[in-house]
Design a protein around this ligand. Structure first.
Ligand code: NAD
Length: 523
């Protein structure tokens, strides 16, 4: 039976010490300038053309490590090599592939603090967020490895004398995995492990900003026994090598998680057939969200405040599942806002390497400038309910910000901002609240805080989002327990960490044999 990896309990001193040691060791490595990464093709490091400096979002002058970025020629070499080796990996028995992926879980478990520490420094994750990211990666490996054991054996179908029908799954071939920076270990590991365990060879392109975490992920796969010919590491610019690989006729499948705009571009480009292309490319694209929480008139405010606070400001609102809109039904609006503001005033903002920090920096200067600009513009157009403080020290810190009385056609209500910014408003009824919540091109997560069984039932039926959470936070989906993924413009995948995920990475085949032999051929 699958069990989720337990999170590290940081209230235990020995756990805190172990994590602090991992951070200290990493600091020493960073200071020595030893952290670096280069593209890997068939196990060999290849020097790219440009060098990317990965920085610490809490200390932008600190270069964590240097990453040699692959160019199109390197990406082409990787795809050629993967294509040449695809059959070898596809022919590896499914239980052997499953065993390797389970070994990846063991390697990640053994290195969990080391990898989480790297996320603290490269992605600006707090201790708890980084630890949860690593645990989710372990879960993906364990879960998909066990799913493959169920999916692997060919099935006999039908019961007709003289006819044998066999139904089985085959890998698609070369899979390009394109990952975001916000869950640099979990999402990358989830997509790579799913593609590999089902027998596909993988060209993995991590997000630019978290290329070093991406390298740590690849190292874990190789250390666990994944043959180097089956997995290439291709750090580089999305618009350059990402786009190049999406269009390559050598590619059979693209597994992407990221923004809506890039996802739609990938879907469009992948549908254009290139000379020499043999397959219609399969695209799995998990995209953005503009997720609402409904606070009903009779909601338990203790739960609602806690849930909205964690969902809106956890990892500085940089989760696709984050709550960025709140709709309060009737008279609960003012008391809710008052308490949300007072709770937000108390959150600890600071360096993610400090264990007490709740709100850290956003990922990079581009995000920082975009968010500061959005908040400034919105302040001139909307009523600001709250704007938090940020540390005086350097770092891409964005104040936790709450706007009130936001109209449904305002851009702050509609656009995914991907930062610690929440738009609040009231609704006259629960029905109107659902209507407002659904008035979005996205449909990823939703939250409902209510004590009314009738309204909870109504929400289950009508609040059609990929993941609906009732009387709890709407972030932190766990593998197997809350298979994750959205509808509408939030994605065209089939829930990561769920029972239907792996099926996307395979082609089913049916073989029918007439077994009534008219004589036989002597050998
Ligand atoms: P992004 O779309 O900017 O980048 C994602 C990846 O795509 C990166 O590796 C990038 O290099 C690559 N890329 C960029 N342009 C490309 C192109 N033209 N062709 C091919 N690849 C290209 O997203 P991001 O900023 O890394 O991540 C944040 C976004 O991801 C948010 O919108 C968030 O909601 C979404 N997200 C969704 C989920 C989900 O499960 N639905 C999970 C995490 C993040």
């Amino acid at each position: 039976m699958f069990k989720n990896e337990p999170l590290t309990d940081f209230s235990i001193e020995s756990n805190r010490t172990a994590f602090k040691d991992a951070l200290d060791k990493l600091s020493d490595t960073i200071q020595s300038g030893k952290l670096s990464a280069s593209p890997l093709i068939n196990g060999s490091a290849v020097e790219g053309e440009t060098t990317y400096e990965s920085i610490d979002p809490a200390s932008p002058h600190t270069v964590i490590g240097k990453v040699s970025f692959a160019n199109k020629a390197t990406a082409e070499r990787a795809l050629q090599s993967l294509k040449a080796n695809a059959a070898k990996w596809a022919d590896t028995p499914f239980d052997s592939r499953s065993k390797i992926i389970r070994n990846v879980a063991a390697v990640l478990r053994a290195k969990r603090h080391q990898i989480s520490a790297l996320m603290v420094r490269e992605a600006g994750k707090t201790w708890a967020e980084a630890d949860a990211d690593t645990c989710e990666a372990i879960d993906f490996c364990e879960y998909y490895a066990s799913q493959m054991l169920q999916m692997g054996p060919p099935r006999k179908l039908g019961d007709v004398k003289g006819e044998e029908n066999t139904y089985f799954y085959e890998p698609r071939g070369v899979c390009v995995v394109i990952a975001p920076w916000n869950f640099p270990c979990a999402i990358a590991t989830g997509m790579v492990s799913a593609a590999l365990v089902t027998g596909n060879v993988v060209a993995f392109k991590p997000s630019e900003q978290t290329s070093l975490v991406g390298k740590a992920v690849v190292d874990a796969f190789l250390e666990a026994g994944c043959p180097p010919y089956a997995l290439s590491y291709l750090p580089g610019w999305g618009e350059e090598i990402g786009a190049y690989m999406v269009e390559s006729p050598l590619v059979d499948m693209i597994c992407f998680t990221g923004s809506k705009d890039v996802g739609l571009e990938i879907i469009r480009k992948a549908s254009e057939v290139k000379p020499g292309q043999r397959n219609v490319k399969k695209v799995v694209a998990e995209m953005g969200g503009k997720n609402a929480a409904i606070v009903d008139e009779d909601a338990d405010l203790d739960e609602a405040i806690k849930g909205v606070l964690l969902s809106a400001f956890g990892f500085a609102g940089q989760k696709c599942s984050a709550c960025s809109r709140v709709i309060c039904v009737g008279d609960i609006y003012e008391p809710f806002l008052k308490r949300l503001i007072s709770a937000t005033e108390d959150i600890i903002v600071g360096r993610p390497s400090d264990p007490s920090t709740f709100l850290g920096p956003v990922i990079d200067k581009e995000s920082y400038d975009r968010l500061m600009d959005s908040i400034r513009t919105a302040e001139a157009e909307l009523e600001l309910a709250f704007k938090g403080k940020t540390p005086a020290e350097e770092g891409y810190y964005i104040p936790a910000t709450i706007f009130r009385d936001v109209e449904r056609d305002h851009w702050v209500w509609k656009k995914e901002l991907f930062g610690p910014v929440v738009a609040c408003r009231s609704a006259q009824s629960f029905s109107e609240a659902i209507d407002l919540a659904l008035d979005s091109e996205y449909a990823l997560t939703g939250g409902v805080y209510s004590r009314s069984p009738a309204n909870i039932e109504k929400a289950i039926k009508e609040f059609k989002v990929g993941n609906l959470y009732i009387n709890r936070k709407q972030t932190g989906a766990l593998v197997y327990r809350q298979p994750f993924g959205g509808a509408r413009m939030s994605g065209i995948g089939s829930k990561a960490g769920g029972p239907d995920y792996l099926i996307q990475f395979v082609e089913p085949r049916t073989v029918t044999e007439n077994t009534i032999r008219k004589g036989f051929v002597p050998s």
